[in-house]
Design a protein around this ligand. Structure first.
Ligand code: GDP
Ligand code: MN
Length: 387
């Protein structure tokens, strides 16, 4: 789960990580009030959306007076912000962060992620931080440093020194930087983060180290033990179909293609998406209804797939183990009755009670194609969509 910059900065304050003074606003008036509270100009007006690259897209501006705060607030609020992370359709801005301007001496890049290959916590840093970090990584990868931390030992002072020296930090800020990095590591671990990124982390002309930006992502499977973070969830920023699916406890992710698919088991679902690809088409979603799915969950999964108007064909691939084929068939028929299915349906099922399942489908009067195996299923559904 992603959160907004202003929320991440609230967490930073708890961990004594320096951030500029500021607050979130939903309208011009509140924006001006916050600026007054800050008491000096310039202040920065920043669009709050769950995507980076806002600076380049015109979502971050400096205001030198109360009047300018109001002007920038009015033009950013409601704007459709397009960045390299939003896709061409962009995202509508509904909140802005108003914060104190900072005298930047140098912009650094700093992030923390879990590294799956080494099972370590990885700190990535660069002294060439700021809005062109992607170019730095692509063209001068030697400017990106990586320090691996064994989570069983935690972060130690030599890790901090290694990052600080790699960043060529002036001696005057090394101590403060090391404290900040140590606290960020604690924050990362204690909150089950999957990403913590600060770009830029700045050194000010006054030799302070301040987080000017803050991006955080959390492991969804650990959110049950972080009720405070769950409260930061902003459904308006998430894909509407993903939100709908999460209400039903379905493992669903909306994708770009046009073949809807429903599968039981995440591994089988991945294999089905590959099969669709191999047959020359693209999946419209990932959907694992789970091993112990009920007819009702199958029905809900179906409703979600059908409410995605990209979908031109549906492939159902179920291996009947705990979820029996007759239960699946009932769910499909039930959903088909309630929702008008106007796209072809290819079903492949095998396993427990497969004969009963096939009978239910055959007698349902539904127009569907049956497949004998996965390859056949992928090819059948791709053919329908391509032709
Ligand atoms: P992003 O483009 O979505 O990553 O948004 P950022 O929060 O990183 O802001 C983009 C850029 O705006 C930063 O790299 C800074 O150069 C600039 N910026 C942000 N806050 C301030 C500030 O307080 N003072 C000045 N001078 N520049 C700022
Ligand atoms: Mn940034």
């Amino acid at each position: 789960m992603k959160i907004h910059e202003f929320q991440a900065k609230q967490i930073f304050r708890k961990y004594k990580i320096p951030v500029p003074d500021g607050d979130v606003a939903f309208d011009q008036q509140k924006a001006q009030q916050i600026a007054q509270g800050i008491g000096k100009f310039p202040v920065v007006v920043k669009a709050q959306i769950h995507a980076g690259g806002r600076g380049k897209g015109g979502g971050v501006t400096l205001a030198n007076s109360s009047k300018e705060v109001s002007q920038h607030a009015s033009s950013i609020l409601g704007m459709n912000l397009v960045t390299h992370q939003t896709g061409p359709e962009g995202k509508q801005v509904k909140k802005i962060l108003i914060e104190s301007g900072v005298n930047i001496e140098k912009e650094l890049y700093l992030s923390i992620i879990p590294d799956r290959e080494t099972a370590n916590i990885l700190v990535i840093a660069s002294e060439a931080g700021g809005m062109d970090i992607e170019e730095v990584a692509a063209q001068t990868p030697e400017k990106i440093i990586k320090v691996f931390i064994n989570p069983l030992n935690g972060i130690l002072s030599h890790h901090c020194r290694q990052v600080a020296f790699g960043l060529n930090l002036p001696a005057s800020v090394i101590k403060e930087f090391s404290q900040i990095l140590t606290r960020l590591y604690q924050l990362f671990i204690e909150n089950d983060c999957s990403l913590l990124e600060i770009n830029p982390l700045v050194i000010t002309k006054e030799d302070r180290v301040i987080a000017l930006d803050a991006k955080m992502d959390f492991d969804d499977n650990a959110l049950f033990r972080h009720k405070d973070i769950l409260e930061f969830r902003d459904l308006e920023e998430e894909d509407p179909l993903d939100v709908e699916a999460s209400k039903y406890n379905l493992n669903y992710i909306n994708l770009d293609g046009n073949i809807g698919n429903m599968v039981n088991g995440a591994g089988l679902a991945m294999a089905v998406m590959d099969t669709i690809n191999l047959a020359g088409a693209e999946p419209a979603n990932f959907l694992d209804v789970g091993g112990g799915a009920t007819a009702e969950m199958v029905e809900n999964g179906f409703k979600i797939i059908l409410s995605d108007n990209k979908v031109k064909g549906i492939l159902i691939n179920i291996f009947g183990g705990i979820l029996r084929c007759d239960i699946l068939a009932k769910g499909v028929v039930e959903a088909a009755r309630k929702t008008k299915i106007n796209v072809p349906l290819v079903v492949r099922m095998e396993g427990t009670n497969v004969e009963e399942g096939r009978k239910i489908l055959a007698e349902s009067g539904l127009k569907l194609f049956t497949a004998v195996d996965m390859k056949d299923a992928g090819e059948k559904v791709a053919k329908i969509v391509v032709s």
